[in-house]
Design a protein around this ligand. Sequence first.
Ligand SMILES: *Cc1c(COP(=O)(O)O)cnc(C)c1O
Length: 657
Amino acid sequence: MAKFNSLQPSPRFDRAALEHVLTSSEASQGWTIEASEELYRIHSWGDPYFSINADGHLTVSPKGDRGGSLDLLELVEAIKQRNLNLPLLIRFSDILEDRIERINACFAKAIARYKYHGVYRGVFPVKCNQQRQLLEDVVRFGKPYQFGLEAGSKPELLIALATLDTPGALLICNGYKDKDYIETAMLGQRLGQQPIVVIEQMNEVDIAIEASQRLGIRPVLGVRAKLSTKGSGRWGVSAGDRAKFGLAVPEILAVVERLRQVDMLDCLQLLHFHIGSQISAISVVKEALREASRIYVELVGLGANMQYLDVGGGLAVDYDGSQTSFYASKNYSTQNYANDVVAEVQEACRMKGVTVPTLVSESGRAVVSHQSVLVFDVLGSSDAPSQDDIAIPEAGDHVILRELYDIYQNLNASTVQELYNDAIQFKEEAISLFNFGYLSLAERAQAERLFWACCRKALSVVSDADYVPEDIEDLNQAMASIYYINLSVFQSMPDAWAIDQLFPILPIHRLNENPSCRGTLADLTCDSDGKLTKFIDLRDVKHVLELHPLQPGQPYYLGMFLGGAYQEIMGNLHNLFGDTNAVHIHMTPKGYQVEHVVKGDTMTEVLGYVQYDAEDMVENIRRRSERALHDNQITLEESQLLIKHYEHSLSQYTYLI
Ligand SMILES: *Cc1c(COP(=O)(O)O)cnc(C)c1O
């Protein structure tokens, strides 16, 4: 997992990381916004869209280097004044436009550089984010490039058919297909669409042939190849010999023969592959391209009317900004990627004297991740026990207390490893003694306080050490504060919970103050998995996040970035926390404009998903109140207040206000 040689001292033990343990008030001086920029690695993952202004607020430049910027804190406050509460998803349509322009510009540049005699026609995979306004924007911003859509299921096909209206743009039809799917796609041709039905399973060939004969439509068909090149990391299993999708080479040949038999080989025009998402190593991309390009030229040789090579998705996002082949990063740029696609395909075609294909890619994550920012507030925090309140044991006190105090006094850089482990031992013994009745509750409390004091001291004595023993490293996490956030991880960052995906998370204000606390984040759900304990870091991941001490009466806002792909649709209703409020922001010459407001779920809506009817529920409470009133268990005022709260809640947001 380590991205760099981990012999270097852990970055978690720099001075700053420990100052809060020692003296948090002294540490707030001399902090700069540059220090925050570096700490949260904002430029590494956020360029050119995110930065910090002189007030210490996060800023968003939705048009990159070409347009104005917004103070995110001011924007959040302005949106709250429109009666939209946190958590709030903000979509910046200009960022989306910029991403679409960039990928097309990179392919255009690569095509010019290699004098490739073909064009690029990208498509956006609908499954990455099906939200209507966003998809309409994708189509609109993609028009100058004839950017199309990719559907992976029947409902996505319905979306694509209704949304895509760009002449010449492709509509790639992937996923498992039945007769309805294939006929609907083919009939799309009659509307002027360019659907390409990609055969992923052997049985789909005959469905397609029969549909074509029934409808009298000659479809454009593709085949999805199961490459032997495997993606790396989390999604590596999408390819390889036992992958879930695609046809092995013998099956591709069978498709060719079957189409030849019915005189439809001219319909076969596209070769598709997709080796997985978030391919972090460019070498893997190249290897897949080489294999696929070879299959492509061979298909030409077999007499198929090949026109398109579709390289699938996989173009990665650098979530941690480390520019490495770590799973949360990538070791290449979009330009490198485009160059490799163009160069590899061109070379394979040149060797066999074959005309180069139109290049198609299905990048989802790389197109939509950056456009949304999720802002949420911190409700409170709980800190590890503090050092101030240890009482020095006296001669008559239990020996275990005196032992722990001894350890506390003798802890230093050279004794830390041994004495820290002794302290753990004594703490465990103190608990056994308590359980057997030999230690009072007050004595146990004192033992625990002494133990925590030892932990703090252990952390502080290793602050300058080059080498930090692993068990003491873990202490950093154990001693961290817990910040409670007004959010459901299951609803808004499902991949952080399900597959440990990392997203940049940081405060959106106070970035000119030293973030002197170390914390993990706990969400609103009553689920112990509803927490965030892994954060981006230059080396590997870090288990605590640098945060500011909460100030009484002052809100503290955090932002989650790069979450625009997959998270929205995969989020679930655990504990019945529903969709968050969302707004679409568009930059104008005078500032910005709120283009769409998509209100989050109300309690009535989420209850409806599990088949409750709000009116019935209110009626139920009303009946019970009447009965309780009749039995003199409630007053009329109380019953009216209860019904008022109940009815009001039903129309409200599921999060805390
Ligand atoms: C998921 C998927 C994509 C999108 O992948 P990204 O890594 O998000 O670009 C593209 N094509 C197919 C077939 C997919 O299943």
